[in-house]
Ligand binder design. Sequence first.
Ligand SMILES: C[S@@+](CC[C@H](N)C(=O)[O-])C[C@H]1O[C@@H](n2cnc3c(N)ncnc32)[C@H](O)[C@@H]1O
Length: 395
Amino acid sequence: MTGSQAKLFTRCIQGGGVAVFPADTVYGLACDPENAQAVRRLYELKGRSPAKATAVMFLDLEAGLDTVEDLGERTRAALRRLMPGPVTVLLPNPRLQFPLACGEDPGTLGLRVASVPELAGVEVPVLQSSANLSGAADARRLVDVPEQVRAGADLVIDGGERPGTPSTVVDLRRYERGLGRAWSVVRPGAMDELFLSAALDGQFHFDPGTYAEMIREDIPGYDDFQDELVELSGEGAKRILELGTGTGETALRLLERHPEAVLVGIDESPAMLKAAGASLPPKRVELHVARLQEPLPRGPFDLVASALAVHHLDGPEKVELFQRVHEVLAPGARFLLADVVVPTEPGSAVTSLTPGYDKPSSAAEQLAWLAQAGFAAHVAWEQEDLAVIVAHALA
Ligand SMILES: C[S@@+](CC[C@H](N)C(=O)[O-])C[C@H]1O[C@@H](n2cnc3c(N)ncnc32)[C@H](O)[C@@H]1O
């Protein structure tokens, strides 16, 4: 355990106390989920009916996954993609663990894993509920926690202002069997549905753990290709937008080349972005789970770059994307498109493609679409079915 607040918190919970603490969403109340007296006090403090279920929260993902029994492989993998994060999942509870947290339905367990830097290293599970009076507004700041709740708690931790939106509650009780759409949102909240469906509907064509090896096997010239893109990105960019950041291979190189730049990266895969977040300098990146078909982050950017991602869009989607890229680029700034293309020489394609997921267009087609969107574009490098297109935004 690292911080003193983490130690105080653990001691409070283990001693049967009730704590007010800053969660990654709103302020919460926590106590030992196995201590009936502490649970009763927590419920009384906020005037909540004991018949209502409450989530069991962990502040460490591995502690959570080790404690909850009978998690199937599919569910376990999904939890690793979702957590820690602002989500509470409802799981089947065949062994009737944590009965005091389950209200009138002991067969269902609500699980939450929060990321709270002040409480890093806390391994004990806590029964947690929002630090408000039942039915009243959630507390974004400590002063928003009702006076009587603070006064009645044994420990109060101030974590400054929190985001203010409670967790999204998702029912995963049928998820393991994977029948139909095997999950549903019970209460909308801070984790958006796009993120959820990307994480739960198995839209993962890339596994962040094996990506680095897989891509180099698939594209032997991968590193040269990345270097080429970076070389063509010029110098001195301050605000870069990257489309399809993946695990951050391209982003890392761009940040090195442009030492003063901040990079905004988007990708549809939360798992890939999570890996990117772990390897990129946090102060220099802003990562968003989003599809390239959706509105882009607000410009202006002085460089937009993309490696091996735009070919996942079909022709009309590329046409539309190029127009939106033009809108967020500063006049004269460049868009670098490094991707798989349909080669000019039929039969010279070497990259293995998945029908329906990989939809390359020829370089010539893309140059025409870029011109249509207001770019002066040319192919700056090409090798077999890989090309790097440089497109300057005309004013
Ligand atoms: C081959 S990886 C490229 C990652 C990185 N730029 C690199 O060169 O290593 C393609 C990335 O595009 C993302 N992707 C695919 N289709 C997408 C879409 N429609 N919207 C956003 N991201 C998408 C995938 O999740 C994946 O992370």
